[in-house]
Design a protein around this ligand. Structure first.
Ligand code: ADP
Length: 260
């Protein structure tokens, strides 16, 4: 309701970057960052693309931990930050610049200027795809990102749960409103397969994101089950796509990346 009228999108492209894709969710905690990280790693390692990962989740940067990067970026002569590469993905995160356990207590303008530095102040080189882990929600920071970057499209991550989908729909509508195409919905935590009997349990409901995508006329890109190895991979800083490349879960990420 707040965004009536047209919001101008920046026509500036990131030099050398073919496509910029936002990974977004309406709500926090649905696995947006986990999905962004594993998709970026799958795009690089399974689809053989040149991939960058920009962690724009200013208040809760996860990329340093999930991608096991614990240092500050080097700076070029023209004062641009050089992304730090791991698992074949060039990464940049606000988390590289602040102390590990320090709270990020910034007011709006500081967040905006940090996000501007994270986008234009980085020497990305030549990339086929830059995956942007967006801040959760539909506020100022999200709008700034969509205006600063010429986004090729947005992926909406949601669990199948109604409350998450409500916010996911809002997120999708925000992108549509500013003219960013919705690439589709990714359903995270779709089911949990019992390691003993193999029976799936639909902990957060069944096919909610698939149905929401269909009802909004968007594509359904893939479903990722709830798995211990995904959580472990995030905590240990070795994405499951790397630690268990031939597993069913890595195949789910690979198939989803292929559909992107
Ligand atoms: P968000 O970015 O939406 O806030 P995160 O990616 O930080 O969410 O994920 C929230 C929590 O859920 C993390 O502890 C993460 O390890 C876990 N998680 C996310 N996706 C999965 C999954 N498919 N299976 C198991 N754990 C998951």
């Amino acid at each position: 309701r707040g965004y009536s009228g047209t919001i101008k999108r920046s026509q500036l492209r990131l030099e050398g970057v073919k496509d910029v894709i936002a990974v977004a969710s309406g709500k926090g905690g649905v696995g947006k960052s986990t999905t962004a990280v594993n998709l970026a790693v799958a795009l690089a390692n399974k689809c053989q693309l040149r991939v960058g990962l920009l962690d724009a989740d200013v208040y809760g940067p996860s990329v340093p931990m999930m991608m096991k990067i614990d240092r500050k970026p080097d700076i070029t002569e023209d004062k641009k930050m050089i992304p730090i590469e791991n698992y074949g993905v060039k990464c940049m995160s606000i988390g590289f610049l602040v102390e590990k356990d320090a709270p990020i207590v910034w007011r709006g303008p500081m967040v905006m200027s940090a996000l501007a530095k994270m986008t234009r102040g980085v020497d990305w080189g030549n990339l086929d795809i830059l995956v942007v882990d967006m801040p959760p929600g539909t506020g100022d920071a999200q709008l700034t990102m969509t205006q600063n970057l010429q986004l090729s499209g947005a992926l909406i991550v949601s669990t199948p749960q109604d409350i998450a989908l409500l916010d996911a729909r809002r997120g999708a509508n925000m992108f549509s409103k500013v003219g960013v195409p919705i690439l589709g919905f990714v359903e995270n935590m779709s089911f949990f397969k019992c390691p003993h009997c193999g029976e799936p349990s639909f902990i957060f409901g069944k096919e909610g994101a698939r149905k929401a995508a269909a009802s909004m006329g968007h594509n359904f890109i893939g479903e990722i089950p709830l798995e211990v190895d995904v959580r472990k991979g995030s905590d240990e800083g070795i994405p499951v796509v790397i630690s268990a490349p031939d597993s069913a879960i890595s195949k789910a990420y690979g198939d989803t990346a292929q559909n992107v």
